[in-house]
Each structure stands twice: as structure tokens, then as C-alpha cells.
Ligand binder design. Structure first.
Ligand SMILES: [Fe+2]
Length: 291
């Protein structure tokens, strides 16, 4: 809450008490101020959580990495993830389901709308995300829209998040770091622009150009950035999976992930997802009935 909002709210309250009764105007004004204060209070809570979370993660992430069973590389050795080949052999099946969603792309939400905390990374809203799983929550509706992909994902150990990540032409994500070393990020190329040399991700000093049907895994707590300097969409399947950890790192990571799962960020995102799902269902219904 901004201190000016807070002072005005208190001042208005005192003024109305001093008046020995309130006019309609004051009551309306009071209600507006109260709702404004509640909204600002929510923002304050979120910024406190972000600040505390950043402090905690600075301590937790090096600790988690000490218990890593797979080392601490920026781009990880794929031998630690033998199930990647299960995704790769079926990449065309997954790609077909992702492409079938493209006629509805305007109702696939920009990530920045589901998660305002991503807004600074996607100012132009060129990053659309179709979630099948998000932080352990399964989207029943979206999994039903992509039944084959959803079946394939059942073979992925420690799956937390799965989404089709669409970067529109010109999309650039500035360098940033992920939240927890308790997860690894997987990218599977589904529809990579022909000029793939102009479309890539950099993790620390390693630059990886996506390729159709090829997957790789990286540590997103390393500084990373992406760019799509082409005139085509770039579509990948993006997963978060648990990093294989020894005890007690494994326990600490589970507790941290539970905290994230119950945070207002995830509950807000889930609420917004419901609204987007309704939009998608309405559009699908209206298009089917007009056939
Ligand atoms: Fe990232």
C-alpha cells in the first residue's frame, strides 16, 4: 500500500467519525478507498513475499545444488534424463496437438496475464502459454484438448509444469533467473522457425538453438535469455521437473515447492486460467455450431 493511500484512508475515516454521521458521498468515497486499500494491501503482501522469497532462495539454492544427484551444469547432461527420448520419438504427435490449437491462439493467454510477475519479461505480450500442468496442478480441460500429449506426459518423472510455449516473431526475453534449483527446465522443439540460427536461448555462456523433435534440459536459476528474431512463431513444449536430489535436499525442495503451490501467485493464476478456459470453450463451441 502506498503511504499516501494509507494516510488519505485514515484521514477520511477520522473525518467521517468527527462529522457524527456520514453523507452518501462520504460513504461511497469510503467504500472506494477501502477497496483501494485492500487491493494495495494485496500488492503489499505479494511484494513482501517476493522480497522474502528472493532472500530465501539465495540461501536455499546453493544448498539444494550441494545435494544434486546430477551435478550443477547450466545445460545438463541428457544421460541423467533417459525418458527424454520418449518425448522425442513422439514429438510429431505432440506437435500436431499444439498446432491444432493455433486457430484459437487469440484465446491462449499471454503468460504476463496469467502471471503478472512475468509482465516485465513480456512487455509486448508476445509470449503465449497453453498450460497442461502448472506447479503440480493438472488442467483437466486443457489435457482433454490434447489427450495424446497428456498421455505421453504420464511417463515424465517428477513433472510439475507442462505447457506449450509460443514465442511470436520478434519476442525477446531479457536475462533473468528462475526461482528454485529444485526443478530442471526441459524444452522440446515443436515448431522452430526455418531461420533457426536467429532463434535461441542463452543459459550462462551456452547458446542453444532449438530444433524440431530435440529436447534439452537446463538449470533456470542460471541467468538465461531468449530471442526469436524471425518472422515465424517458435513453439516448444516446456516442462518443469523435479531435480534429482539426495536427502535432506529433496525434503527441503518439496517444502519450498509446497510453499510456492499455496502462494497467492499460483492461486491467482489458477483463477485466471479458469476465466481463459471459459473463453476458449465458448469460442470452440461457437465455431463448432457455425459449421
Ligand atoms: Fe526463464
Amino acid at each position: 500500500m502506498k503511504s499516501t493511500d494509507f494516510h488519505e484512508f485514515i484521514w477520511r475515516g477520522m473525518k467521517s467519525i468527527g462529522k457524527n454521521g456520514t453523507s452518501n458521498h462520504d460513504r461511497k468515497r469510503g467504500a472506494i478507498m477501502a477497496s483501494k486499500t485492500m487491493a494495495s494491501g494485496k500488492d503489499l503482501n505479494r511484494s513482501v513475499i517476493v522480497r522474502v522469497g528472493k532472500k530465501i532462495r539465495k540461501k536455499i539454492n546453493p544448498y539444494l545444488k550441494r545435494y544434486s544427484k546430477i551435478g550443477d551444469d547450466a545445460v545438463m547432461d541428457r544421460r541423467h534424463f533417459p525418458w527424454l527420448s520418449l518425448l522425442e520419438v513422439q514429438w510429431e504427435v505432440i506437435r500436431n496437438e499444439a498446432e491444432a490449437l493455433m486457430p484459437y491462439r487469440e484465446v491462449i493467454p499471454p503468460l504476463s496475464e496469467l502471471s503478472p510477475d512475468h509482465a516485465r519479461l513480456d512487455v509486448e505480450q508476445k509470449w503465449r502459454s497453453f498450460f497442461l500442468y502448472g506447479y503440480g496442478y493438472r488442467s483437466k480441460e486443457n489435457c482433454a484438448r490434447c489427450p495424446k500429449t497428456s498421455r505421453i506426459l504420464k511417463n515424465v518423472p517428477g513433472l510439475r509444469t507442462a505447457l506449450f510455449s509460443i514465442h511470436e516473431p520478434g519476442m525477446v526475453i531479457a536475462p533473468h533467473k528462475g526461482v528454485t534449483a529444485g526443478i530442471c527446465v526441459v524444452h522440446l522443439g515443436l515448431k522452430i522457425p526455418i531461420a533457426r540460427e536467429n532463434c535461441a536461448i542463452r543459459v550462462d555462456d551456452e547458446v542453444v538453438h532449438w530444433k524440431n523433435g530435440e529436447a534439452f534440459v537446463f538449470d533456470d536459476t542460471r541467468r538465461h535469455e531468449t530471442w526469436n528474431h524471425t518472422d515465424e512463431d517458435r513453439i516448444i513444449l516446456l516442462l518443469h521437473v523435479d531435480r534429482p536430489l539426495r536427502f535432506p535436499g529433496s525434503l527441503l525442495s518439496k517444502l519450498f515447492m509446497t510453499g510456492i503451490r499455496w502462494s497467492p501467485f499460483i492461486s491467482d493464476a489458477r483463477r485466471k486460467m479458469k476465466a481463459w478456459d471459459k473463453k476458449m470453450a465458448d469460442v470452440q463451441r461457437s465455431r463448432t455450431s457455425s459449421l
